[in-house]
Design a protein around this ligand. Structure first.
Ligand SMILES: CC(C)(COP(=O)(O)OP(=O)(O)OC[C@H]1O[C@@H](n2cnc3c(N)ncnc32)[C@H](O)[C@@H]1OP(=O)(O)O)[C@@H](O)C(=O)NCCC(=O)NCCS
Length: 176
């Protein structure tokens, strides 16, 4: 599985210089609306990734009936390249990132890392979140590496067999 995915990454080239349309650093997150919904619905996963998370149509449907869900389009320049969803309830100081995907044609270019960084910045800016949690299938090596490189630490599987990983935000202390 890892080898299969790795060869796809090799074919696609890497973010460092391989992406001519814009590097991962130009990534921004947008709430879902009339201007980007169609593009989010058109995003695709590779065949061997489809069991890793729900499809975007189901996620948007879910978000429509869940006030806590915060769905976002991942935008590079003027193109929607990915989708993610999280919640950040005020009660427990934890944010849960439970959908995160980059379109199969745009993977391996640094967009995932840039989107995660933008997301963590957005979550921190909320002010009340102490920890960010992610969940991913244990066999999803790409997700594991991405989250670990951002500082998430695996905590073990939940009752559905999904791995939970946690990132504890360090509080900024102001100098007197
Ligand atoms: C996981 C995913 C979001 C990564 O997005 P991406 O844009 O391809 O990732 P990037 O190019 O920014 O790579 C960032 C890091 O992620 C890790 N990574 C991503 N894909 C990987 C793969 N196939 N194999 C190994 N490591 C991988 C690497 O650590 C990589 O850093 P490196 O390039 O320095 O090695 C993307 O592959 C995806 O959408 N996968 C299907 C959905 C999914 O699994 N979502 C996560 C769980 S819900």
């Amino acid at each position: 599985m890892v080898r299969e995915v790795q060869s796809r990454r090799d074919e696609q080239g890497r973010a460092d210089g391989a992406d001519k349309e814009g590097s991962g650093s130009e990534i921004r997150l947008e709430p879902i609306g009339a201007s980007n919904k169609k593009a989010v619905l058109a995003l695709e996963l590779a065949q061997d990734q489809q069991d890793f998370l729900a499809d975007n149509a189901s996620s948007l449907k879910e978000a429509a009936s869940d006030d806590d869900a915060r769905p976002r389009a991942v935008v590079a320049g003027n193109r929607v390249v990915g989708f993610l969803m999280y919640d950040a309830g005020e009660d427990d100081g934890e944010a849960l990132i439970y959908r995160f995907m980059i379109d199969r044609r745009n993977q391996g270019r640094g967009y995932g890392r840039a989107a995660l960084s933008a997301l963590l910045k957005e979550i921190r800016a909320l002010g009340h979140v102490r920890d960010a949690l992610v969940c991913y299938m244990p066999e999803n090596e790409g997700a594991r590496r991405l989250y670990q490189s951002a500082g998430f630490v695996d905590e073990g599987a939940d009752e559905d067999g999904e791995m939970i990983a946690r990132l504890r935000f360090v509080r900024q202390t102001r100098r007197p």
